[in-house]
Design a protein around this ligand. Structure first.
Ligand SMILES: [Zn+2]
Length: 330
C-alpha cells in the first residue's frame, strides 16, 4: 500500500501541500499520476485545461493529480469523465487510489474490532444465550398447543393475518324468529415466529463467533484486501443480528401475555382442544396449577370476558370460518 495515497475532506489540507498550486493547469498531456481523491464541503475551482481553456468550474469532488513537472492540481470529477476518460494511465491511477482508500477504511474499521474483540465475543455469546432462551419459550408453544392452534399460527405466519372471529348469539326479536348467531371480529392476535427462524439466527451468531475468534489472532496489515472486506462485512452483521433478536424478544413477550394467549381458545375446533390450550398456557406462563377444575374454570372465565364485550350474549368459536377452512383444505 502506498503511503502517499490521500483522502481529503477539507480544502486547506490540499492548499497547504508544498507542491500544490491553484494556478497550475493539468490535462492528459502533462498528467503523471494521482495523489488522492477529494470530497469537500466547499466549492473549489477545477484546474483542467480543456479545449476551451482553463476549466475553472466550481465543484466539490474530484482527484488531486500531479503533472510531469511535479506540480499538484485539482481534476474536477466532471472533467475527469470528459477529458481523462480515454487516458489509460489515469484510469489505472483512479483504480489504484480507490483500492487503497477502500483498504485503508477496512483496516481502520477492523483495527477497532480487533481492539474490542473480547467485548464483541462476550456480547455475541450473550446474544446466543438469550436467543436460546427465546427458543425454549417458543418451543413450549409449538410442543404443547393443540393442532387447531398450530394451524392458526402457521396460517398467520404465512398470510400475516392474525385476526380471530367469534360467533355471538343474538336473541330473537319477536316470537316468529329464532335466536341467531352472527360473526364478529374479536381481535388480531400478536404474532409469533417459527422455531426455524430463531434457530437460523442462533446458527448465524454461532458462525460469527467462530469468525471473530479466528480474526482476532490475525495481523490485519498482512491480510489481503478481499479477506479484509470479508471480515468487515461479516462483523458488521452483528448489529443486524442484535436487532433481529430484539424483534424476537418483543414479539415473544407480547405473544405470551395471558390476554393474548387466552384468545387462542377461539381458534380451537372443540372443547378438548380448548382444554389442551389452557394446559399449554399454564405451562408457558409457568403456572403450577394444572388441575382439571382450574382448566375448566379458566375456559369459562375467558368466555365470560368475551361475552361481556357483546352485551353478555353467548359466544362460541366462529363456525363459518372453520367450515371455510375445511373447504379450502379439501
Ligand atoms: Zn473541470
Amino acid at each position: 500500500m502506498s503511503d502517499k495515497t490521500e483522502y481529503f475532506s477539507k480544502y486547506f489540507e490540499i492548499e497547504n501541500r508544498k507542491l500544490f498550486s491553484s494556478h497550475q493547469e493539468i490535462s492528459p498531456e502533462n498528467f503523471k499520476e494521482l495523489i488522492g481523491y477529494y470530497e469537500l464541503d466547499e466549492d473549489v475551482s477545477c484546474q483542467v485545461k480543456t479545449k476551451r481553456g482553463f476549466c475553472r468550474k466550481n465543484h466539490k469532488t474530484g482527484w488531486l493529480g500531479v503533472t510531469i513537472d511535479g506540480v499538484e492540481a485539482l481534476i474536477g470529477g466532471h472533467c475527469a469523465k470528459t477529458y481523462f476518460k480515454a487516458d489509460k494511465r489515469f484510469s489505472m491511477e483512479t483504480k489504484r487510489i480507490k483500492t487503497e482508500l477502500e483498504r485503508r477504511d477496512y483496516v481502520t474499521e477492523l483495527q477497532n474490532y480487533k481492539n474490542n474483540a473480547d467485548v464483541i465475543l462476550e456480547e455475541l455469546s450473550n446474544l446466543r444465550a438469550n436467543l436460546i432462551t427465546v427458543r425454549k419459550i417458543v418451543d413450549v408453544v409449538y410442543k404443547t398447543m393443540p393442532n387447531s392452534v398450530l394451524r392458526f399460527l402457521e396460517s398467520g405466519q404465512r398470510t400475516n393475518n392474525w385476526a380471530v372471529n367469534v360467533d355471538v348469539l343474538y336473541p330473537a326479536k319477536n316470537d316468529d324468529q329464532k335466536p341467531t348467531w352472527q360473526v364478529h371480529a374479536l381481535t388480531s392476535l400478536n404474532s409469533i415466529s417459527t422455531t426455524r427462524e430463531i434457530i437460523s439466527l442462533i446458527t448465524k451468531v454461532k458462525f460469527l463467533i467462530g469468525i471473530v475468534e479466528k480474526f482476532k489472532n490475525n495481523d490485519i496489515s498482512e491480510l489481503p484486501t478481499p479477506k479484509l472486506r470479508y471480515y468487515t462485512n461479516e462483523i458488521r452483521e452483528k448489529i443486524d443480528y442484535e436487532k433481529r433478536y430484539g424483534r424476537f424478544v418483543n414479539e415473544t413477550k407480547k405473544f405470551i401475555e395471558s390476554k393474548n394467549l387466552d384468545l387462542l381458545l377461539f381458534v380451537c375446533d372443540d372443547y378438548e382442544e380448548q382444554y389442551l390450550t389452557v394446559r399449554s398456557i399454564f405451562k408457558i406462563i409457568g403456572s403450577k396449577i394444572q388441575s382439571d377444575a382450574h382448566i375448566r374454570l379458566r375456559i369459562k372465565r375467558v368466555e365470560e370476558r368475551v361475552s361481556k364485550l357483546f352485551n353478555n350474549h353467548p359466544v362460541r368459536v366462529n363456525q363459518q370460518v372453520i367450515k371455510y377452512k375445511n373447504n379450502a383444505l379439501a
